[in-house]
Design a protein around this ligand. Structure first.
Ligand SMILES: [Zn+2]
Length: 409
């Protein structure tokens, strides 16, 4: 690897010191502040740190932190990997990740959907992995269409190899200007944002997994990889039982995306898959916290599509605690609660807490889902019989539970 220019070396080193200082003074893991300091001193730092490395960028509305982790785990089979494991997914976080592993020949970077064009242009990453696009707390359908259009422009004319989920029409459209695309039939649970053709606005006809526009030629491409229940089918037609530890269909889909990315790096399935099976939790997700014999499994859900994925993972035999906040990272507007179909929760004991518990309570009441309102998460947990319980929480509610109950088991 070629040496960084002196200014970049200095910026990178000062950034790392700032990060250490931030950690020592208890202000978080320091990755954002360190990167910001570095970029302030050398605005070209990200490009310089990315040079001469083999990079994968991972973007989506949901599952990017988990998929980044799975790809990183796989590529460790090849050598050292730099990654932003804690979800600091804007350029400052990328600078920090790369400068902490200066000699790593590989990098796997989670990238905020809006920053993907900029980060791709700056880093010249060889591989981009795109999984799904749906409305988030702040985004609505028109905004995610604009986002996909920016992806198209960013990928057009570049040699980047894109790995994309062809079951999501908007992702397919966003990826299809790339020179080389490997299509993965990764499934799509949330379909509310893709009833219209992104190319012409006409209606999309769906039949099983297949989809096509009724009014133009835009249609689902033929996938090379297929997620089939608990297995992956590779481009040669070979079936692999995934047997990963992360729960739910969304994670099996993330795992197959990771296998396709690993293969783009020259790593075959038989070497990548055992590495994916080593991943048990990602930044506290899916871990269990315990108090007085109650074992609460934490599921993070930040938007409507995320809630559907969490419902898929939650055990229908268990009680469930739902916690919704509306602080900065959650979005102040909780109107998205009305987009989710809660009827699947009928018949199980449901407990509702969090700052916006009354908003959620009203929504459940309209859906005819009986529930118990609780002042705090501790109170909700204390109401459970000893044993297991599932918890679905949005971002700050999830972080509050983690900090109150200590780093998860
Ligand atoms: Zn069309």
């Amino acid at each position: 690897m070629t040496q960084l220019p002196l200014r970049a070396q200095l910026a990178s080193a000062l950034g790392r010191s700032a990060a250490t200082l931030s950690r020592m003074t208890g202000r978080g893991d320091g990755s954002v502040i360190g990167g910001r300091v570095g970029l302030l001193l050398e605005p070209d730092l990200l490009r310089q740190l990315a040079r001469d490395r083999k990079l994968a960028l991972v973007s989506a509305t949901n599952g990017k932190t988990t998929t980044t982790r799975l790809i990183t785990s796989a590529l460790l089979e090849l050598g050292e990997v730099a990654t932003n494991a804690f979800g600091a997914n804007m350029p400052a976080g990328h600078v920090s990740a790369l400068s902490q592993h200066k000699s790593a020949p590989y990098g796997v970077l989670e990238v905020d959907e809006k920053y993907l064009p900029e980060v791709l242009a700056t880093t010249g990453a060889g591989v981009v992995c795109l999984m799904n696009l749906s409305r988030d707390q702040m985004d609505r359908a028109a905004e995610i269409w604009l986002l996909a259009q920016k992806w198209r422009k960013a990928l057009s004319g570049k040699p980047t190899h894109v790995i994309a989920n062809c079951d999501d029409p908007l992702v397919t459209w966003g990826a299809s200007t790339a020179a080389k695309v490997t299509w993965v039939a990764g499934g799509q649970r949330w379909k509310e944002d893709s009833w219209c053709c992104p190319e012409c606005g006409g209606p999309l006809d769906r039949k099983d997994a297949d989809w096509a526009c009724r009014e133009c030629t835009f249609h689902r491409p033929e996938p090379q990889w297929v997620v089939d229940d608990d297995s992956a089918i590779d481009p040669r037609g070979q079936r692999w039982l995934l047997d990963i530890q992360l729960p739910g269909q969304a994670n099996r889909s993330n795992a197959v995306m990771a296998l396709a990315v690993a293969e783009a790096f020259g790593l075959p399935v038989d070497r990548a898959l055992p590495r994916l099976r080593e991943v048990t939790s990602v930044a506290g997700r899916y871990t269990t916290v315990e108090r007085e014999g109650r074992h609460a499994r934490l599921l993070l859900a930040k938007n409507p599509a995320g809630w559907l994925e969490a419902f898929d993972v939650a055990d229908p035999q268990l009680p469930i605690i739902l916690s919704v906040n509306a602080q900065g990272p959650d979005g102040r507007d909780t109107s998205w609660l009305w987009d989710v179909d809660y009827r699947i929760l009928r018949g199980r004991p449901v407990f509702v807490t969090g700052e916006r518990r009354l908003d959620l309570a009203l929504r459940l009441d309209v859906a005819d889902v009986p529930f118990t309102l609780c002042g705090t998460f501790s109170e909700a947990l204390a109401m459970q019989p000893p044993g297991r319980v599932d918890v679905i929480a949005n971002y700050t509610a999830f972080q509050q539970i983690r900090s109150e109950f200590g780093r998860a088991v």
